[in-house]
Design a protein around this ligand. Structure first.
Ligand SMILES: Cc1cc2nc3c(=O)[nH]c(=O)nc-3n(C[C@H](O)[C@H](O)[C@H](O)COP(=O)(O)O)c2cc1C
Length: 196
């Protein structure tokens, strides 16, 4: 399947982390304008991108077990066809998994929430418990949920810095989302992102 190299992320932003924390709010309505590939690259890197040669990422991970997989449902991004993509963290690139605009079907799996169908992209935080429970047993489950929260806050803060809005969607039917996306991992968060 097709592989798309993303532009490198910026490490200097327009606002301070304090401003981003102060201004962050859940935004559920977005302007109907496309995101750029640069914006997509930046927000995916912030979510859980690579920050160290040994594999360290923007979000902490219990015992560096890295249970999470990041996908993005693309609906309206300049120079990128709509579809489901997997974010290859190590290579900072996208792999096309499924072609076509999946947003309306995805929204149906999430109580028809309009944020999901109207956003130009929806970041999907998915994962595999076993990577962490394999080391920590049942307690590993909570570690995975905690890690998901770190990624969610990363998305919020980066979105704010880019002048974008987002909301963390936890209300959806797991099996329906898995069917729409055609993936086997557990689904934790749907994160629509768009211009506010
Ligand atoms: C675990 C979790 C699940 C959430 N699920 C949804 C959701 O399904 N739909 C939605 O619109 N907002 C959802 N939210 C966003 C909350 O409604 C929002 O954070 C809250 O109203 C406080 O507003 P604020 O984020 O602007 O401070 C969720 C937030 C969290 C932390």
């Amino acid at each position: 399947m097709e592989k798309i190299k993303l532009p490198p992320p910026n490490f200097k932003g327009e606002i301070s982390v304090e401003e981003a924390l102060k201004r962050r709010r859940s935004i559920r309505n977005y302007k109907q304008i496309p995101l750029t590939l640069k914006e997509l690259s930046q927000i995916l890197w912030a979510t859980d991108g690579k920050t160290a040669d040994w594999g360290g990422r923007t979000a902490p991970s219990a015992g560096a077990t890295y249970p999470l997989e990041i996908y993005v449902v693309v609906g309206n991004v300049e120079n990128l066809k709509p579809g489901l993509y997997h974010y290859d963290i190590d290579a900072h690139s996208l792999q096309l998994i499924k072609e076509g605009d999946l947003r309306i079907e995805l929204s149906r799996s999430a109580l028809n929430q309009t944020s999901v169908k109207s956003a130009p992209i929806v970041i999907v935080i998915a994962g595999i418990f076993q990577r962490t429970t394999g080391r920590y047993g049942k307690r590993g489950e909570r570690y995975v949920f905690m890690e998901v929260g770190h990624c969610g806050q990363n998305i919020h803060l980066q979105a704010e810095s880019l002048g974008l809005g987002t909301v963390m969607i936890g209300a959806f039917e797991d099996e329906k989302v898995k069917n729409v996306l055609g993936i086997k991992e557990e689904i934790f968060y749907l994160c629509p992102v768009g211009k506010k």
